[in-house]
Design a protein around this ligand. Structure first.
Ligand code: GH3
Ligand code: MG
Length: 308
């Protein structure tokens, strides 16, 4: 793990040297700022874990630096400890009200400096851990637990984003809805757990077939949605058809059995109307493909196309 970085912002060379000395012996990495503006710039360039901030400095004073840091979403969580020779309660209170984590009155003892920096650094570590956990949870909330693909919630949001982006920038956007044929029969014949394994294997195939920039996920049950930006209908058909033919050609090994499934698909080219309308059209074409005998991909031009 890298060392905790403390930025000391003070216009006094002596104070900076004393602080550096005390903190470096304890294993901290120390960077120095000579005034308020320098402190803000250094925080933006390389955010430290803790800021020790003098109140009276030329240019921006400590309160103004604090305001800058708190107004920046990338920097607002860095704990700030004021170093102040002003010791009235008003000064302390206005610092804390402005979002400072703590304060230290000059002149200070080395031991007190270390204790306050350690406490501030501990708070920062907990905050960082919480943020990482939140990011992991956020990622999990987009993922379907059976297949590891994106789930319906994410696909809805992503398609709405891509839909408005393709309208704004004028590029084609295709969607493909794929549905496993007679999947109820797979469950009834081989059991639900074998059915689950078939869905997982199909998800793996989708992942392999999609290009960077394409998005695929589980729309629900045994239905999967592909979002293909910058893709015309023939391109969408090619992708879907590749997945269809590979699925039909390669049986899945599940619970000691070899299970062959087929998929049908419907493609729609946009952008038009709304993202929901695009999926609705793909769904209507998927229905045509089912009616026409399954194991085929339907596009606008002609329902029930299958490559030779
Ligand atoms: P079609 O060719 O017309 O699509 O027929 P189908 O049997 O695939 O369609 P139907 O909608 O009648 O049945 C879908 C089945 O998929 C029923 C449902 O129990 C099953 N299913 C949905 N989600 C899962 C799942 O997560 N695991 C398993 N094993 N089965 C699932
Ligand atoms: Mg089905």
């Amino acid at each position: 793990m890298s060392a905790t970085t403390v930025l000391i912002a003070d216009d006094s060379l002596v104070i900076r040297a004393v602080v550096r000395d005390g903190l470096e012996t304890e294993g901290y990495r120390v960077v120095e700022a000579v005034d308020g503006l320098d402190a803000v710039e250094q925080c933006r360039a390389d955010p430290p874990d803790v800021v020790l901030l003098d109140v009276e400095m030329p240019g921006l004073d400590g309160y103004q630096v604090l305001t800058e840091l708190k107004g920046d979403s990338e920097l607002r969580d860095i704990p700030v400890v004021f170093l102040t020779s002003r010791s009235t309660m008003d000064d302390v209170v206005s610092g804390l009200r402005g979002g400072a984590h703590d304060y230290l009155k000059k002149p200070f003892e080395g031991a007190e400096l270390l204790a306050r920096v350690a406490a501030a650094s501990h708070v920062k570590k907990l905050q960082d851990e919480l943020q990482e956990r939140n990011a992991a949870l956020e990622e999990l909330s987009r993922i379907d637990s059976l297949t590891g693909l994106y789930n319906r919630r994410f696909l809805d949001e992503e398609l709405a984003r891509r839909h408005s982006d393709s309208l704004r920038h004028g590029y084609p956007l295709s969607v493909v809805l794929l549905d496993v044929d007679h999947f109820k029969l797979v469950n009834d014949t081989y059991g639900h757990s074998a059915g689950d394994q078939v869905l997982r294997a199909f998800a793996g195939r989708l992942r392999r077939e999609l290009r960077a920039g394409d998005v695929g996920g589980r729309w629900g049950g045994e239905e999967f949605l592909l979002i293909l930006p910058h893709t015309e209908l023939d391109g969408a058909f090619t992708v879907a058809e590749r997945i269809r033919s590979a699925t039909a050609a390669e049986p899945v090994a599940a619970d000691g059995q070899s299970i062959t499934v087929t998929v049908s698909g419907g493609c729609a080219l946009g952008p038009f109307g709304s993202s929901e309308a695009m999926v609705k059209l793909a769904d209507a074409r998927l229905y045509q493909a089912k009616l026409a005998g399954r194991n085929q991909i339907a596009t606008a031009a002609s329902a029930g196309l299958r490559a030779p």
